[in-house]
Design a protein around this ligand. Structure first.
Ligand code: SF4
Length: 238
């Protein structure tokens, strides 16, 4: 695993806990509006000096009395076969562990949950459940197998064996209001479903600029969507 970043303190990435966020390199998707090209594109990853695991663990040991949780994000963290070992070491220090994932590695997600190596999951729902829409929204690299895995991950989280959230980044070029309502219907009674609006200032994987939704449109989605699921707006996290 290649650790490319650490946000030493965050109050919003893990619900109600002070946490550290660790950024891992590499992703199997290429969402055009993705705002972390430095963690996704190989040519960018190669140019960045990684942070050693030793450095991470000395920091976590030092801050044990202050921090409560560690959130692992990317890129796509589950692309790393050594992720379970890494989370095990973090848990041994007494931290709660959160995982942010695109859901394509269902087996690893299930094993991490069943072996109690993580405590919270945030999973991205890129679009309504239609393969073509998802493929378009993830840079046309999605395979049918990945798509099936994502659906299994969503269903698995809804069994509530672990605390979780779903989230969608709203992008005008990819989503219509009706698409998001469709998502709400598919994740009926989900624990929580956050909408975060695309931010124009972000750098993107495709190098293109996109369009956010208006506040009025988001409000309309929330009003309609809350009939089906626990939908909430949320400001951009990074
Ligand atoms: S937004 Fe898409 S490309 Fe970016 S890290 Fe997440 S899954 Fe990968």
């Amino acid at each position: 695993m290649k650790i490319l970043g650490i946000q030493k303190q965050s109050l919003i990435e893990y619900p109600q806990k002070i946490c550290t966020v660790i950024f891992l390199a590499g992703c199997n998707l290429r969402c055009p509006f993705c705002y972390v090209p430095s963690l996704v594109l190989q040519e960018r990853i190669k140019k960045t000096e990684p942070i050693s695991e030793n450095e991470i663990f000395s920091f976590l040991k030092e801050r044990k009395n202050f921090l409560e949780a560690v959130v692992i994000t990317g890129g796509e963290p589950t692309m790393n076969p050594d992720l379970p070992e890494f989370t095990k070491k973090i848990k041994k220090l007494g931290y709660l562990v959160g995982l942010e994932t695109n859901g394509t590695n269902f087996l690893m997600l299930r094993d991490l949950v069943e072996n109690k190596l993580i405590d919270y999951v945030a999973l991205d729902i890129k679009h309504k459940f239609d393969f073509e829409k998802w493929n378009e929204g993830t840079g046309r690299v999605l395979t049918k197998k990945m798509y099936e895995n994502i659906k299994k991950s969503v269903e698995f989280l809804m069994e509530e064996k672990i605390d979780y959230e779903f989230r969608t980044t709203l992008v005008k070029e990819f989503h219509k209001i009706e698409d998001i309502i469709e998502i709400c219907k598919s994740i009926k009674n989900a624990k929580v479903y956050y909408l975060q609006n695309y931010e124009e200032k972000n750098e993107t994987v495709s190098g293109r600029k996109f369009t956010p939704f208006s506040d009025e449109e988001i409000q309309r989605i929330i009003e309609e969507g809350k009939i089906y699921t626990n939908i909430k707006p949320r400001p951009y996290l990074f």
